[in-house]
Design a protein around this ligand. Structure first.
Ligand code: ADP
Ligand code: ASP
Ligand code: MG
Length: 421
């Protein structure tokens, strides 16, 4: 008998009806003869609503208490799902992250999994029960506190369980039919991908395609977990995330997908003395804040002033702490001022086929030129090109680039549920 891990995202369990529908689907898998472990997210937009509530109480909620609050969301859905399954005559047992042995470090809001000891999940399976595990949460042995894995982290819970329990497959059920060539909420004619390579999926996730949590993809790659992304609202086959060597590259388009991201901001350090070591000093200060920076651009310095500007992008949520840290060191570094811009968008094109094709940058820049869209920053990696635009033209940019690379499908993609929040 094989073991299957199934993860259901928030829009798949948004209300009582949906929970019953999902319960039925889980029972179908059990009846087909599989052991089933389920990772479940909070209902609908519960996590966002809890964050809004906390912010009404205080502008800077305490991180430990924030995790206590947010983990209640998954606790509600796991219990309701277990009840629904039981009412259908099947044994089910729900577990919090800590009961399921999801051991993490102590970083609230961004904890990393350090060990998975699903002893109780195993026992439940051995007793013939379906195990339901609260996604997105863990427990730190060091601090003895409850932690969360970061937004979208239930995917990572599912993959970690699949790896620890040696599951045959980890199915990620969501509100679209799989991974598409672009977000189907933005590009109506986005194309469903039958396969995507792990490296392309990592780049797409990093570029803002939130259909899979980037750390879930990393975990799956490292531990050889097979990921199948599919819809909980249809029975269509979804997208398999496969090692690059197994991807069918016959007739593969050069570009696999286009992603847009509105979660970044740009900081410009103006008038930095153009002497050796300045970038090192600036980025050491930034690194100490723990912020994850992405693109960096340094301008040519003006001979007359001997000064230059350095710009970089980072998550908006890290903006305040990085600005504060840089301001504190302004006298030692000697830059002139700081500019903060949170109205940027980042567009990325991703594709393994880029390695062997020339002219992808030219085609991208031409598509944007023809649409009259200005690029403010550019960065490239082996299989990705990203550009920064104004935030308000990002979706349009994603649409024109998708069309320009010939990715538009014949039919419109189906978005079954969710608010896209
Ligand atoms: P869940 O609640 O199931 O975890 P998410 O909202 O986290 O779902 O992720 C699914 C959403 O990701 C889709 O509804 C879609 O709008 C968005 N998305 C962004 N990029 C893509 C893409 N390339 N393919 C599929 N979905 C995408
Ligand atoms: N409920 C959490 C969130 O909204 C985790 C998840 O859904 O994956 O981020
Ligand atoms: Mg998600």
């Amino acid at each position: 008998m094989s073991l299957i891990v199934q993860k259901f995202g928030g829009s798949s369990v948004a209300d009582a009806e949906s929970i019953k529908r999902v319960a039925k689907r889980i029972v179908e898998t059990r009846k087909a003869g599989h052991d089933v472990v389920v990772a479940v997210s909070a209902m609908g937009d519960t996590t966002d609503e809890l964050i809004d509530l906390a912010l009404e109480v205080t502008p800077q909620p305490d991180p430990r208490e924030m995790d206590m609050l947010l983990t209640t969301g998954e606790r509600i859905s796991m219990a309701l799902l277990a009840m629904a399954i039981k009412s259908m005559g099947h044994e089910a047992r729900s577990f919090t992250g800590s009961q399921a042995g999801m051991i993490t470090d102590a970083r609230h809001g961004a904890a990393r999994i350090v060990d998975v000891t699903p002893v109780r999940v195993r026992e439940a399976l051995d007793d013939g029960a379906i195990a339901i595990v609260a996604g997105f949460q863990g427990f730190s042995r060091d601090s003895k506190d409850i932690t969360t894995l970061g937004r979208g982290g239930s995917d990572t819970t599912a993959v970690a369980l699949a790896s620890a329990l040696k599951a045959e497959v980890c199915e990620i059920y969501t509100d679209v039919d799989g991974v598409f060539s672009a977000d189907p909420r933005v590009v109506k004619r986005a194309r469903k991908l039958d396969q995507v390579s792990t490296e392309e999926m990592l780049e797409l996730a990093a570029a803002g395609a939130k259909v899979l949590h980037i750390r879930a993809v990393e975990f799956a790659r490292r531990h050889n977990v097979t990921l199948h992304v599919r819809s909980s609202f249809s029975h269509l086959p979804g997208t398999l995330v496969v090692p690059p060597s197994e991807k069918d590259t016959m007739e593969e388009p050069i570009i696999t997908g286009v992603a847009g991201d509105l979660t970044d901001a740009k900081i410009t350090v103006v008038g930095v003395p153009d002497t050796p070591g300045m970038a090192a000093d600036i980025f050491t200060i930034v690194a100490k804040t723990g912020a994850n920076i992405d693109m960096i651009v340094q301008n040519v310095s003006l001979a007359a002033t001997g000064r230059t500007d350095i710009s970089f992008t980072l998550p908006k949520s890290d903006g305040d702490k990085v600005l504060t840290a840089l301001r504190a060191e302004q006298p030692t570094i000697g830059f002139q001022s700081l500019q903060y811009d949170d109205q940027i968008g980042k567009l990325s094109v991703v594709g393994g086929g880029m390695r062997t094709s020339a002219g992808v940058s030219a085609a991208l820049f031409t598509a944007l030129k023809e649409a009259g869209i200005n690029m403010e920053m550019i960065s490239t990696s082996e299989i990705r090109i990203s550009v920064v635009t104004r935030a308000d033209v990002l979706n349009h940019a994603v649409q024109v680039v998708h069309t320009a690379f010939g990715l538009d499908a014949d039919d419109e993609a189906v978005v079954y549920a969710g608010t896209g929040r």
